[in-house]
Design a protein around this ligand. Structure first.
Ligand SMILES: [Zn+2]
Length: 242
């Protein structure tokens, strides 16, 4: 997520889009990562799911992959991975996201920060929003997806978790899915930011703020985190009031 109050900084302000084929047109199949297309990056994700992975015996919280097989969420809707509880370890990473969001705000950017964590709990990469001081599309979640695509093999990407102060916007959700990354944990959700914009006078985005589960239904998502959400709201209020 990295939606600012100023429409001029929402992504890159480009003109009309002209397409040869409407992707979501009637009669066309729904996007499905289980349907391989030659040369498609989704092959990476699918391949990673069939690779055998060793089980780690450590004190950390189980990865999303391990929890998926725990049998505690067997009633997840078809086609969707089950949501899991947010652990103390998760909260620690979310607090770091808030620190990064504060850095972004103090630098003049929208207050959003994200952390990429490996299956064994190692923090691999961090970033913050840079849509004003850099590229308007530089949301931290996109930056982490690109970093992961360049530095991690498919299995490591699928087993990694992205923590973020605010729920991914559609651009970031798409990048996350295309990169084949795993679980997402966010502190504050899209409805939270909508409420804060109404409260503090922020403008509505000019793109649809679809939830992650709509844009990337194959990605396991946990959030919001009530313990961290107030801190995110405080930063966002400061941003909107500046
Ligand atoms: Zn985004």
């Amino acid at each position: 997520m990295a939606v600012g109050a100023d429409p001029a900084v929402w992504w890159t302000a480009l003109g009309p889009i002209v397409m040869a084929v409407r992707v979501s047109g009637k009669g066309l199949p729904e996007p499905d990562i289980a349907q391989p297309r030659p040369g498609c990056a989704d092959d990476v994700r699918r391949t990673s799911r069939v690779l055998p992975r060793p089980r780690r015996v450590t004190g950390r919280a189980p990865s999303h992959r391990e929890r998926r097989t725990s049998g505690t969420h067997a009633d997840a809707p078809p086609g969707r991975l089950p949501a899991m509880a947010i652990t103390d370890e998760d909260l620690g990473h979310l607090r770091r996201c808030v620190e990064l969001a504060q850095e972004a705000l103090e630098a003049g950017d929208s207050p959003f920060g994200s952390v990429l964590v490996a299956e064994d709990g190692t923090v691999l990469q961090e970033d913050r929003n840079r849509e004003r001081t850099g590229d308007p599309t530089h949301h931290p979640e996109v930056a982490l997806a690109r970093w992961a695509a360049q530095h991690l093999d498919p299995a490591a990407r699928a087993a990694a978790t992205v923590y973020t102060s605010g729920e991914h916007c559609p651009m970031c959700s798409g990048a996350h899915a295309v990169a084949g990354l795993g679980r997402i944990v966010f502190a504050a959700g899209t409805p939270d930011f909508a409420a804060w914009r109404r409260e503090h006078g922020g403008s509505e985005p000019r793109f649809a703020l679809l939830p992650i589960t709509t844009v990337a239904p194959g990605v396991p998502v946990d959030g919001p985190a009530p313990e961290i959400r107030p801190a995110v709201g405080e930063l966002y209020a400061r941003y909107l009031s500046a």
